[in-house]
Design a protein. Structure first.
Length: 420
């Protein structure tokens, strides 16, 4: 882990690099270098013991040129304005890259949801949604799950939004959030969508490299929604998961974990701690494990210079946002470790969020096969576009992904001009 990591600064660096490659006009680069709106709210919530605590919540709206602001809500004790600005910008690049009619945004509340009861988390969510008021909306800004939030959080947000604003047609407001439960308007395939997208990227990479996935090994950092589903989907392809880790520690299994059991354990206990199989190892040893693939699926800035030198894998598929420090990326490039960058690798989540939003707006319910098939085609098409751009222009896949996003945004700015 690198000591200093200014996430927003790092993302700006990629923007500048890609803007130069595609010769993005300076004024467009200047617009995209900052979020449009930064909403910060403070709100009181009653705790179970009768006391009252004031929380700080954010919604950063980076860009809505191509469609409504779109992106997750993060509950974590480290949530900060700077990080959310970076994450909101990344959502703009993801939506533009995937060619879905959304912009980018990100929000969050600075607190540790693990140290609160379900009732407290519900009241925090409802007061936060109330405080955001009309700053969110199904045609304006559409939140989704992220680190520390899930489908239940989204349903509370939806319900609060519907009930606190006087809408004639409440059901039309379902699309104010995506990533909901199936009962309350969620889409088939949304929960596993991010991991499924990562898997499509991995299989495309393996096809290009003539790399047989069956019988190979992988390590996964973070075993929440993205990491857990990635483990299950990799196992289906015959890849064995030999190392896992989360905020509670790291585990190694030479023969490979039974990922279904591990996922069940995490569902019941909230983390991998106490899992009866595998041996406990140190964080540094995890990064040095002998494996073919690495899926970081936790927080940003996890792969610093030391980790880049230690990793023995051939491929890093970034399920998390911003897991690799730029200094580490240079070392990995020298060591011929491939990286499928976050804005491509984990964009399956926002893509199926878009499908959920379309279903809500049209009062439709699509079968899992329909969602899976659409996602697969879109991921593979975009993977191919990124790969082609990277080869043609001799840039990294990350810069290629940014370039494709910026080209789309640049064209829209050129056609629309700047008001008035
Ligand atoms: N939080 C996810 C992300 O970082 C999903 C966002 C969404 O579905 O809007 O991409």
């Amino acid at each position: 882990m690198a000591h200093t990591y200014e996430f927003f600064h790092v993302i700006q660096g990629y923007l500048d690099e890609a803007a130069a490659v595609v010769q993005l006009p300076d004024h467009v680069r200047a617009i995209l270098a900052q979020p449009k709106n930064e909403v910060i709210v403070h709100f009181p919530v009653a705790m179970d013991d009768g006391s009252m605590r004031v929380f700080k919540g954010y919604r950063i709206q980076h860009n809505n040129l191509l469609g409504p602001f779109k992106g997750g809500i993060r509950y974590h004790e480290t949530v900060s304005l700077d990080d959310l600005k970076a994450l909101a910008a990344m959502m703009t690049w993801k939506s533009a890259l995937m060619d879905i009619p959304f912009g980018g945004g990100k929000g969050g509340v600075k607190f540790d949801p693990r140290s609160h009861s379900t009732d407290e988390v519900m009241r925090i969510t409802r007061r936060f949604t109330h405080a955001l008021g009309n700053n969110i909306g199904p045609s304006y800004d559409i939140p989704a799950p992220d680190v520390g939030t899930n489908s239940q959080t989204m349903v509370w947000m939806m319900d609060t939004y519907m009930n606190t604003l006087s809408h004639a047609d409440k059901n039309a407001q379902r699309a104010v959030v995506t990533g909901k439960t199936l009962t309350c308007g969620g889409s088939e395939g949304r929960e596993k969508a991010t991991a499924q997208g990562v898997l499509h990227c991995i299989t495309e990479w393996a096809r290009d490299q003539r790399f047989e996935l069956e019988g190979k090994t992988a390590i996964i950092q973070g075993f929440g929604n993205v990491g857990g589903h990635a483990g299950v989907l990799l196992a289906k392809l015959g890849v064995s998961i030999v190392g896992v880790g989360d905020h509670t520690g790291y585990l190694h299994s030479g023969e490979g974990f039974n990922v279904h059991k591990l996922q069940e354990h995490v569902r019941r206990n909230g983390s991998i701690a106490g899992y009866e199989h595998g041996e406990r190892i140190e964080r540094a040893d995890f990064f040095g494990l002998q494996a073919d693939l690495f899926v970081p699926a936790a927080l940003e800035n996890q792969i610093g210079v030391d980790e880049a030198r230690a990793l023995k894998v051939r491929l890093i598929a970034e399920g998390a946002n911003g897991p690799t420090h730029p200094d580490a990326e240079r070392i990995l490039a020298e060591r011929n470790v491939d990286i499928i960058p976050d804005v491509l690798a984990n964009s399956g989540g926002v893509t199926v969020s878009y499908y959920e939003w379309v279903q809500n707006r049209n009062s439709e319910k699509w079968d899992l096969e329909v969602v899976d098939d659409k996602l697969e085609r879109r991921m593979k098409r975009t993977y191919g576009q990124v790969r082609f751009f990277a080869e043609e222009r001799r840039v990294s896949p990350r810069i290629a992904a940014y370039c494709l996003a910026l080209e789309r945004l640049g064209r829209a700015y050129a056609e629309r001009g700047i008001f008035p």
